[in-house]
Every structure is written in C-alpha cells, then in structure tokens.
Design a protein around this ligand. Structure first.
Ligand SMILES: Nc1nc2c(ncn2[C@@H]2O[C@H](COP(=O)(O)OP(=O)(O)O)[C@@H](O)[C@H]2O)c(=O)[nH]1
Ligand SMILES: [Mg+2]
Length: 361
C-alpha cells in the first residue's frame, strides 16, 4: 500500500453551524488515530449562521472554510472544493453526521488498493439507514435509483459519501454542477472502471433540517436526461430523430387531408404534403435533435436535409426491391419489406443528418 497519500475531505454546507463541532471533532480523531495527511475543506454558501466565524476561531491549520457569496448549490460547492483541494484523494461527505467520518480510512484504503471510486452505500449488505421514511419518500428514492440504473450499476449512486482519486477526477469530461447528485455526475463523466461500495450506517441528520427540496427532485430529472444524452449520445440523437420522423408521418397525413378537403387535386396534395412533412421534420430536428445546429445558417442545412431525405427515400425503395428479389414470397406481405425499407432510409437519413447536415463544428 502506498503510504501517506494526502487526502482532502470536502464538505458542502448550508446552515450547518450546529453540526460543525462534532463533525470536525470526529474527523480530527480519525486524522490522528490513523496518522492521515488530511485537510478538511468546508464549502459554505454564505449561511451567515456563524459557521465561518466558528471554523476560523478554531485556528486549525488542516481545516478551513471557503465561503461562497456569489453562487449556491451542493454540487457546485463540491466542485469548488475540488479546485481548492491539495490532496491526492478527494473524499466528499455531508455535514449533518449522516455519514460516519470513522469510515474515511476504509474509503481511502480502497482507493489506495486500486479502486477508481469508492461509495459509502446504504444498499449493500451491512449497510443500513436510520431514516424513517414514509412510503412516499421510500418510493421516491427507489424510483430515483432505478432511473439511474442504465447509467451505473452502483447500488447507491445517490450517496453523498464517496472517495475519488485526483487522477480520475482530472480525466473527467466537462462537469455540469447543477443538481444534488454529484456522485452520479462523477460516476458517469469520469473514467471510472472499478467502483467499490462500502456499507455504511446512514444515521439521521444530527441537527438542523434537510435542504433537499421538491424543486431539487425535479432538477434530478433534468440532470438524468443530461447524463443519458452524455452516456448514450448517438442513441439519444437517434431516438429524437425517430420520434420526429414519426411525427412527420402524422403531419403528412394531416396536410394531405386538409389539402384534399379544400379541393386540391390528390396528386398535387400528396406532393405538397410530403414537402410540408419534410419541412416540419427539418425544423424539429434542427431545434430538438441537433440543437447545436442553430449556430450555423439554416439554408444550406435545409438543402442538405432535403437531399438526405430524397436519397433516403431511394435507399428505402432499393432496399424493398432487393428484399423482394431475394425473398419472392414477401410479395404477399409487402408491409414487411416496406418496414425494413423505412428503417434503412431512416438510419441513412440519420447518419447523413448527424454527420453532415447538422454536424458539430
Ligand atoms: N454549499 C452548499 N451545501 C449544501 C447546499 N444544499 C445542501 N448542502 C449541504 O449538503 C449536505 C447534504 O444536504 P442535506 O440537506 O443533508 O440533504 P439530504 O441528506 O438529502 O436531506 C449537507 O451538508 C448540506 O449542508 C447548498 O446549496 N450549498
Ligand atoms: Mg442529510
């Protein structure tokens, strides 16, 4: 085991003055008992409850408080702490004593023996939570965890008690500090391969009250969407593209119905409604599937999109012809080759749209 790697414990706080004495005492004891080279960085969002004065009055060389007066938010506070941290290993925990500081050495040891991230977990054998949750809060937490499942196989990705080596953090993709779930953000955006979960006894908050609001829970959904788009970038684009493609069918039929209703000849109506559907797909894809596209001029994009769609239609048709040639029996159920053709055209349109028509600069 490598000895004496330095550790930075980052604790975000908002109005936690009453919890600070016990928190700092217990961390101090761990620090001394295990001879750790450990600094404690408290990142407070201008609580104005005496936290700042209290920490300063202690005059501990290894413990400081940063007070942010221009910004708020749990995740961004943690990231602020990381930028100020000197350590080789970062540990993040809450101030309310839900997370036992006595577990810090175990977290560190896992990092030193090769883990890329260590989570203090309520949901692995041996883990336990004190919180008396009503059915609503329990369900809420279960659903939140379930929704994060495709992003990580970690049992308790919502935990705010974790350790991460600087070497991994520094290789992270750009981090988005909105939201409450900073560990989840790091799990998805950092090149984390080996995650170890350590059971913790998650106790009731010692003093004060929770800052987790309904608004934060909503923001979690936005956060999830962003993480999915990051992790499954192409799939997300393709899903948007397909949904819009499907909406185009509806636009097409609707336009056709209206035009015919107003007495426009059928053949002309069909042609016009195809163009209307293509335009609608263009506008929607430009706005929703590839939002970065608005940075470039729309006209060349429109021409590119129309061309891609036209070639896509030809590919659709050729696919059907090939299928019918290979499997003549399909003549009896032309819907099947037609579906395959639509899919081939869709994929072709998508690839062209993503890589050429609306490509990122
Ligand atoms: N700096 C900072 N810390 C925050 C903010 N919101 C919550 N915290 C801290 O984040 C930790 C977890 O918050 P808590 O309210 O206990 O959330 P809960 O455990 O999910 O109920 C605590 O140490 C809070 O003081 C914030 O906006 N800024
Ligand atoms: Mg708490």
């Amino acid at each position: 085991m490598q000895m004496m790697q330095s550790i930075s414990v980052v604790v975000p706080t908002y109005k936690e003055r009453d919890n600070l004495p016990e928190l700092i005492n217990r961390i101090q004891k761990v620090r001394e008992d295990h001879h750790l080279n450990l600094e404690l960085i408290i990142v407070d969002d201008n609580s104005k409850d005496g936290s700042e004065e209290y920490v300063q009055s202690l005059g501990l060389p290894w413990c400081r408080i940063l007070v942010r007066r221009d910004e708020k938010g749990l995740s961004s506070a943690v990231l602020k702490g990381f930028t100020e941290a000197q350590g080789d290993i970062f540990v993040v925990m809450d101030a309310d004593l839900s997370h036992p500081p006595e577990k810090i050495p175990e977290l560190i040891e896992q990092i030193q023996t090769g883990a890329d991230m260590v989570m203090g977990s309520r949901y692995v054998p041996g883990g336990k939570t004190d919180e008396e949750w009503g059915i609503f809060r329990w369900l809420n937490s279960k659903i939140a965890t379930l929704l994060a499942r495709p992003l990580t196989s970690v049992k308790d990705p919502m935990s705010g008690f974790f350790a991460l080596p600087r070497r991994i953090y520094e290789k992270s993709a750009p981090l988005n500090p909105t939201g409450y779930k900073i560990a989840l953000e790091l799990l998805v955006k950092c090149p984390v391969e080996k995650v170890v979960e350590i059971p913790i006894y998650f106790s009731q908050r010692a003093k004060g009250k929770s800052k987790l609001s309904i608004k934060e829970q909503f923001k979690y959904l936005v956060h999830l969407r962003r993480l999915y788009s990051f992790k499954y970038e192409n799939l997300t684009y393709f899903l948007h593209f397909s949904i819009i493609g499907f909406s185009g069918t509806i636009v097409n039929l609707l336009a056709l119905t209206i035009l015919v209703f107003f007495g426009i000849p059928v053949r002309l109506s069909v042609a016009i409604s195809i163009i209307i559907a293509m335009l609608s797909n263009f506008v929607l894809n430009r706005r929703f599937t590839f939002p970065h596209a608005v940075e470039s001029h729309w006209f060349p994009q429109l021409i590119g999109f129309m061309s891609a769609c036209s070639i896509g239609a030809v590919i659709n048709y050729i696919t059907v012809l090939i299928l019918l040639y290979i499997f003549p029996l399909l003549e009896n159920i032309p819907q099947i080759p037609a579906l395959v053709g639509i899919l081939a055209g869709l994929i072709f349109n998508f690839i062209l749209s993503k890589n050429f028509v609306f490509r990122k600069k």
